[in-house]
Design a protein around this ligand. Structure first.
Ligand code: UTP
Length: 298
């Protein structure tokens, strides 16, 4: 008998509160070459805000206080360092608003940098944060998945975790033409927008995919996932896959997927980043008019 045979809700006070997040940013960013030769994808901006700031905001809104950024030799974590000289300069120039923004960015959460010197896969990047996590449940946020809704997408998966415990991941319906590029899940619905995962497969062929529900970069995980990541087995693409470790945990842990209520942009590719930029630009009257004028010329 597995946990699926006896689905039951757990009372919220049995579940440890999550305060830690891991944000891995050490991938090669191949689909965003050539800029990613020297600029980490997580520092690419939607207008003037880099992807990493949206990811940290998503975490902080969900109550996260401690964040490990897993990065390669290019520093992403330093974006959140305090910059007293710059702040002072802005204050002296009467630009308090900018100075306040500098302070706000450096005080969002406690940020720790962890180095992944070889891109051995998402699972490997998460494994490197094992000591930082120290046997607590935690969240993983992929900054190139932009999810903008009324509530942080991380908060949405934590809300479901409060009811069911175990591992919870965010998903969205994707085109059947894309399933071979994604982690795919399937299982019975337990409430609107929530399924109990029965099947989970990384990058299936279209004909083998059990559904078109794709994993989209927000995970609430129990620390037992490290037991499987530590075995460092290579999965799809020869990489150490987080999905494989979550599958290994499924015999012992409730595992749910939430279709999050958010506008989604895949900022791992230029067209997704462009869509996200349009989304934000449309909120500003001047830029909105620029979009309208430009569209009229097309
Ligand atoms: P992706 O699968 O999007 O890979 O990684 P990527 O390297 O960023 O981009 P492409 O596919 O080459 O274009 C998902 C997330 O996992 C991180 C990435 O930085 C991204 O945030 N990652 C991936 C690591 O931190 N380390 C890895 O070894 C692989």
């Amino acid at each position: 008998m597995t946990w699926l045979d006896s689905i039951q809700m757990v009372s919220a006070n049995e579940i440890a509160v999550i305060t830690k997040a891991v944000i891995p940013v050490a991938g090669l960013g191949t689909r965003f070459m050539p800029v990613t030769r020297s600029v980490p994808k997580a520092l690419l901006p939607v207008l003037n805000i880099p992807l990493i700031q949206y990811a940290v905001d998503d975490a902080v809104e969900a109550g996260i206080t401690d964040i490990a950024i897993v990065e390669d030799t290019k520093s992403v974590g330093s974006y959140f360092h305090s910059m007293p000289d710059l702040e002072e300069r802005f204050r002296q120039g009467g630009r308090d608003e900018l100075a306040d923004q500098m302070v706000e960015i450096s005080s969002k959460a406690r940020i720790t940098s962890i180095k992944q010197l070889e891109p051995l896969g998402l699972g490997h990047a998460i494994l490197l944060a094992k000591n930082f996590i120290a046997d607590e449940p935690f969240v993983v946020i992929l900054p190139d998945e932009i999810l903008w809704g009324d509530h942080s997408s991380t908060a949405q998966i934590l809300d479901v975790r409060d009811r069911y415990g175990g591992n919870v991941i965010a998903v969205t319906e994707t085109s059947w033409d894309d399933v071979h590029t994604k982690g795919i899940v399937a299982g019975p619905s337990v409430e609107p927008n929530v399924i109990a995962i029965e099947e989970m497969v990384e990058k299936p062929k279209r004909q083998d995919a059990p559904s078109n529900l794709a994993i989209i970069g927000r995970y609430a995980l129990e620390p037992s996932v490290f037991d499987f990541l530590s075995q460092q087995r290579r999965g799809a693409g020869g990489e150490i896959q987080l999905t494989d470790a979550i599958i290994e945990c499924m015999d012992d842990l409730p595992t749910h997927a939430v279709t999050v209520d958010a506008a989604r942009y895949d900022a791992g590719v230029p067209e997704g980043m462009f869509g996200a930029s349009l989304h934000q630009a449309a909120k500003d009257p001047i830029m909105r008019q620029m979009i309208v004028d430009f569209a009229a010329q097309l």
